[in-house]
Write a protein that binds this ligand. Structure first.
Ligand SMILES: [Mg+2]
Length: 298
């Protein structure tokens, strides 16, 4: 079977079952980052992301934005665990006719964001390639046992997002977004989210991942989904690359969170029992079941 038929999720499921993984690993394949024991106080987070010309950016995308995006996506995954990023390695696949100024500009964008988030670039690799490819692996840390997983949502929890959704690709926000590290650390310190993920494949798809790992379902209110100007409800549900945080908190924390931060966090729904079922409550109060699926990579 070809990957375009099996799809990305079936491949990841296969990897999860078949990859070598020691019992010392706290969280392996299937969350925003891996979680590994570091010392008596902290756990280590590890994530990686691959960007390919023609898939994640085009030939005409400004090179400093390519470098920026490559690191920002990784930072977003560290944010989704409630972590602090520390250092990264950067690998490039380069066509031989790539101007060296292009590579320098990629690193300019990357370095600027690395500096803003106190990330050190500590290594990498360069190889010949047919198209321009950039891969970053990023380490982070989090207080021991405090990483926020996708699997912790419980029936009755309220569902929140950290900002407006929809139209990221059309508006080029996917190149310039701010990874929600500060929001995530604030949440970890003050509200103990039960589960969290960053929205990379679209609200419906990423909520689907969270529901699957937590073995629960959800109802979201279509009127409560915060949309970017000009974005339709469909774009808010299914567009990828918004990189906002999607998280759940216990009902007794939800009102307090809203009272203190009604401009940064938006309550969009609640967790219910029906495993893997995603319902949308429409304006007229009707409830419809929608596919908990997002962007498909193949
Ligand atoms: Mg993620």
């Amino acid at each position: 079977m070809k990957v375009r038929c099996s799809g990305e999720l079936a491949l990841i499921d296969w990897m999860r079952k078949h990859c070598v993984c020691s019992s010392a690993v706290k969280t392996g394949i299937g969350d925003d980052t891996a979680v590994l024991p570091l010392n008596t106080r902290e756990d280590l987070l590890l994530t990686t992301d691959l960007l390919v010309e023609g898939t994640h950016f085009t030939k005409s995308t400004l090179p400093h934005l390519v470098g920026r995006k490559a690191l920002a996506r990784n930072l977003s995954d560290i944010a989704a665990m409630g972590g602090t990023p520390t250092c990264a390695v950067v690998s490039l696949g380069l066509p031989t006719n790539t101007p060296t100024t292009y590579v320098r500009k990629v690193y300019q964008g990357l370095n600027r964001l690395a500096k803003a988030f106190s990330v050190s670039i500590v290594g990498g690799d360069t190889v010949k390639s047919r198209t321009f490819v950039i891969n970053i692996a990023l380490l982070g840390r989090v207080a021991k046992g405090r990483a926020i997983l996708r699997s912790g949502a419980r029936v009755g929890d309220h569902i929140f997002v950290s900002g407006c959704l929809g139209g990221s690709l059309k508006s080029d926000r996917h190149l310039t977004f701010t990874p929600r590290i500060a929001h995530a650390q604030y949440l970890l310190k003050n509200f103990c989210p039960t589960a969290m993920i960053d929205i990379s494949d679209g609200l419906a798809g990423d909520l689907g991942h969270l529901l699957e790992e937590s073995r629960v379902g959800a109802v979201i209110d279509e009127e409560k989904i915060p949309l970017h100007r000009g974005a339709s409800l469909k774009a808010g549900l299914y567009d990828g690359e918004d990189f906002e945080l999607l998280f759940t908190v216990r009902p007794n924390q939800a009102d307090k969170l809203l009272k203190q931060n009604n401009k940064s966090f938006f309550r969009i729904g609640a967790i219910i029992k029906d495993q893997n079922k995603l319902y949308v409550r429409q304006k007229n109060d009707d409830i419809r079941l929608i596919p908990a699926q997002g962007f498909t990579h193949f």
